[in-house]
Write a protein that binds this ligand. Sequence first.
Ligand SMILES: Nc1ncnc2c1ncn2[C@@H]1O[C@H](COP(=O)(O)OP(=O)(O)OP(=O)(O)O)[C@@H](O)[C@H]1O
Ligand SMILES: [Mg+2]
Length: 252
Amino acid sequence: MAAARIIAVAGKGGVGKTSVSAAMVRLLTRANPQKRILAIDADPAIGLSTALGIEPGRTLDDVRGLVSVEIAADPDGAENTLASVRRVLLASIQHCGGFDFFAIGRPEAAGCYCAVNAYLRQVIGLLISGYDCVVVDGEAGIEQVNRRVLERVTHLILVTDASRKGTQVISTIRRVADELTMAEYYGAIINRVGDPATLELVDTGDIPVLAVIGEDTSQAAFDILGKSVFDLPDDAEILRGTSEMLKRLALL
Ligand SMILES: Nc1ncnc2c1ncn2[C@@H]1O[C@H](COP(=O)(O)OP(=O)(O)OP(=O)(O)O)[C@@H](O)[C@H]1O
Ligand SMILES: [Mg+2]
């Protein structure tokens, strides 16, 4: 079996990361019904499940809680921590017909997400084993790249809108990813481009542009109604652009 492709989506807040991730899951599952595909919602705010039409189940934070309760109850148990994490994790992955799903979730305890991110980094190897293709919808900004949560990623998709803020964020992510020698392939998607003339002003530096996606009225309307990507019309702009990006990377 070829090595798994781990495709992560990153960028500034609100630029379309979840929409592109969901579109990827739809395109990859429809094109490869025989392949094992996992979608990971790595954004603590959780949005990918809605976009994929799934009721969220047990999150990574729940898994962390369950495993620590088990270990506290039976510290001398025969099973080691890793085996216990693996068992609880595998039982928590949702099987959604065509693909599997898992969300990292929000920590129960108030405060920072560092603990869940550190945990995700440690268990991502367990999560991804056995899959041909993994799509990770990352949280906004650069933290997950910085903290090496996404270090196993093979393809890094940097989503931006036409704004300078958006392109600055993807340039920073790209630089940090480079320093950490993360990802074999990377490229940008410029999303929600209303007027193609504005494209001339968008500077992604040395990040190759894999696709430009226009304003998609069906995507915006579906999001308002909380409808799933699987109900989008086949000719939806977000699907066209995401498909172009996947083809450029020979993933479709
Ligand atoms: N090409 C597009 N055309 C129209 N609307 C779009 C397009 N792409 C995304 N949107 C809309 O923009 C909003 C933000 O998109 P999305 O949730 O995918 O962004 P995000 O980067 O995941 O945000 P966050 O950083 O909050 O996770 C949503 O309402 C979505 O429907
Ligand atoms: Mg999102």
